[in-house]
Design a protein around this ligand. Structure first.
Ligand code: FAQ
Length: 326
């Protein structure tokens, strides 16, 4: 229904050394690889994996924030939140389209998510307990996403890099509205200050985990860097994020939940204590605080949308029949 299947591409093709050298030379020259161009099957596989996981993250990421639309404290805040959640749906659309250019069908990608075979970002398996979580997601989670996506906007695959340019512009707006909320709450009443402190305390470590495992435990990074999909490693991006956020949050009087956090004069980096990687692996294997609720909500949305998919299919078939010569 949505285009070619990944089986239409010869994924097991014998890699031709000359084509591979030409492909790598194009990447070295900074050229974009486009959908019809020759590419190694592993490049295609890695991109489908990453882009589809990214698309799922945008769509599942609507759930924690969507839960607060009916509870937003003012009409202005409600409008901003609705616009933000709607943007995330749009990001999912651009990304599914980008993955489709590589031969993955929408059905295959959604089935993989709904059957629990495809991942989505660990961060969306944590609950939004208070209104302060919405500001915190905006500043911290969107901020981390931008850090990663600004890199991906320069990636070697044309459709992904172009989708990222637009997505980053929208994410910047998300980050600013979140930052504004955190600043206001941190200067508010004692209850508001306590609420924002609690939210930052809960979201700090999961946000650092969003960047993925340490480089030494990241099996995909070497090939992604070799082919210009990632140009910076998980640890490099995480360190940039920490360096940016720590002074800003401390300036607001917010305490980070890390007794080992300190500034290192020599490297000019903020150094954190150890990240709880057991928690990270548990969450991405399905055993996080709200994984089951997230997947149940996605399955319900998919089932509820069946009539829309059927109507679209019937319309497409009618159009095709009418276009046939009599
Ligand atoms: N969560 O070898 P690596 C957003 C998996 S968008 C879950 O280091 P890689 C917008 C990884 O898939 C946020 N799984 O992997 C928004 C791999 O497993 P696999 C999403 C994770 O690909 C804001 C295994 O661990 N952004 O927030 C995570 O080199 C607010 C080994 O890891 C993207 O998806 C994780 N955090 O690096 C929406 C950006 N980290 O697949 C709503 C695109 C790692 O081999 C509200 N993706 N894993 O079975 C990327 O940049 C990369 O894929 C990384 C992981 C950096 C996520």
């Amino acid at each position: 229904m949505y285009g070619a299947s990944v089986d239409d591409f010869d994924l097991d093709q014998e890699e031709n050394p000359e084509q591979l050298a030409n492909f790598e030379a194009r990447i070295a020259r900074g050229e974009k690889i486009e959908p019809g161009d020759w590419m190694p099957s592993e490049y295609r596989r890695q991109l489908i994996r990453m882009i589809s996981q990214h698309a799922h993250s945008e769509v599942v990421g609507m759930l924690p924030e969507g839960a607060w639309i009916t509870k937003a404290p003012t009409l202005r805040r409600k409008l901003i939140l609705i616009a933000k959640v709607q943007d995330e749906a749009g990001h999912g659309q651009y990304l599914y389209h980008a993955a489709e250019t590589l031969g993955a069908t929408r059905e295959e990608m959604l089935d993989a998510l709904l059957e629990g075979k495809a991942k989505y970002s660990s961060i969306f398996n944590y609950p939004t307990l208070t209104w302060a979580d919405i500001g915190t997601i905006g500043w911290l989670v969107d901020g981390a996403a931008i850090m990663n996506q600004t890199m991906l906007a320069r990636c070697s695959y044309g459709p992904y890099s172009r989708a990222m340019v637009r997505i980053c512009m929208e994410e910047n707006f998300h980050k600013k509205q979140g930052q504004e909320m955190v600043i206001l709450l941190s200067q508010g009443t004692p209850d508001q200050k306590a609420m924002i402190q609690d939210a930052i305390t809960r979201w700090w470590w999961p946000t650092l985990m969003m960047f993925g495992p340490h480089d030494s435990d990241s099996p995909n990074t070497p090939i992604l860097q070799k082919w210009g999909i990632k140009t910076r490693s998980n640890d490099e991006l995480r360190q940039d994020f920490i360096n940016q956020l720590v002074p800003d949050l401390q300036a607001l009087g917010i305490t980070l939940p890390d007794p080992d956090l300190h500034y290192d004069d020599e490297s000019e980096n903020w150094i954190t204590g150890p990240i709880d990687w057991d928690e990270f692996w548990r969450v991405i294997k399905g055993d996080g605080p709200v994984n089951k609720e997230r997947m149940a909500a996605r399955r319900k949305a998919h089932d509820d949308g069946l009539w829309v998919r059927e109507a679209l299919q019937a319309y497409a078939e009618k159009q095709a029949a009418e276009a046939m010569p009599a």
